[in-house]
Design a protein around this ligand. Structure first.
Ligand code: GUN
Length: 294
């Protein structure tokens, strides 16, 4: 039987509706409209699409939305000066530096320059550290979206063998920290695998919940999945496709056709984790606005 499809688009819409309500309450009770500034350095085409979508969603939500596009040759000091200015702007509750930044820049130092209270991406060491310690923190949007997808599709990670393939600072690492937390949607038994893991299939085949966040198209084959597992595909990879007007199509990190014959439930690409990332960014932005206006 084909796997149940976890509809990220529908779940994201439900999250967005709740976030809109919280934003409305904030406006009515405190007269505050959430504000988000997005900084993009250079012209990475995938980043340009993400930034456009983030700004569009902000506008749809009625938030104050700013996009700061800097030339790919911008210096560390120029970007840092912009961040300092945005840190001081009381109308902006969230600041996001779109990653990756050009190689000549120290992206980690720039992320650290963002005030932790405005770090709606959850990438600042203070937020990452608080996440690791089980304290309240801004949690990176994609991991937060993955957990929300699990909860809202009836999958409780508690105790489950959860194998995450990929250890990036954006997804794998914070997701492991989040799913380990002693709380609702947490308490999972987490194993993080990566490019140096030997016999990867032996580990992934044990997973009740398998999360693919490697950034390699269709890397997870059907034979690497335990029958009845829940498969969450975080990958968004462009592969050439001459039948498409754009010349490419999007595929995940999982061989979807094969996986859907074996898994109990699976997220599609597109329409799975992707829409959740933006929904959780809106969630974090409203949370930041509430916290800064109290
Ligand atoms: N690049 C890929 N994903 C993300 C994200 O969630 N936030 C930022 N800032 N950059 C990214």
């Amino acid at each position: 039987m084909a796997a149940r499809i976890i509809d990220g688009k529908a779940i994201a819409e439900a999250v967005i509706a709740e976030v809109k309500e919280k934003a409305q309450q904030l406006l009515e009770t405190r007269g505050v409209r959430p504000g988000l500034a997005v900084i993009m350095v250079g012209d990475n085409p995938a980043s340009a699409v993400y930034v456009r979508n983030k700004a569009k969603k902000c506008e749809e939500m009625g938030f104050l939305s700013q996009v700061h596009r800097l030339d790919g040759s911008a210096s560390q000091d120029e970007v840092a000066a912009l961040i300092e200015r945005l840190n001081r702007d009381a109308h902006l509750h969230g600041i996001l530096l779109q990653m990756p930044v050009p190689k000549h820049l120290d992206g980690a130092a720039l992320q650290e320059a963002i005030l932790p209270a405005k770090d709606v991406d959850g990438f600042h060491p203070v937020n990452m550290g608080r996440l690791a310690l089980g304290l309240s923190a801004f949690v990176p949007c994609t991991p937060l979206g993955v957990r929300e997808l699990l909860i809202r599709s009836g999958v409780d990670p508690s105790g489950k063998i959860t194998v995450i393939v990929g250890r990036s600072n954006i997804v794998g690492r914070p997701l492991a920290l989040l799913l380990m937390r002693k709380e609702r949607g947490g308490d999972a038994t987490v194993c993080v695998c990566h490019s140096r893991t030997p016999n990867l299939g032996n580990l992934t085949r044990q997973a009740d919940i398998l999360v693919a966040a490697i950034g390699s198209p269709q890397f997870i084959k059907g034979g690497m999945i335990k029958p009845g597992a829940v498969v969450i595909d975080v990958g968004i990879n462009r592969v050439e496709d001459s039948t498409k007007k754009s010349g490419y199509r999007l595929v995940g990190d999982v061989d979807y056709e094969a996986a859907s014959e074996i898994a109990e439930a699976i997220t599609p690409v597109p329409g799975g984790v992707g829409p959740m990332t933006i929904a959780m960014l809106m969630h974090n932005t409203v949370a930041a606005a509430w916290a800064q206006s109290s």
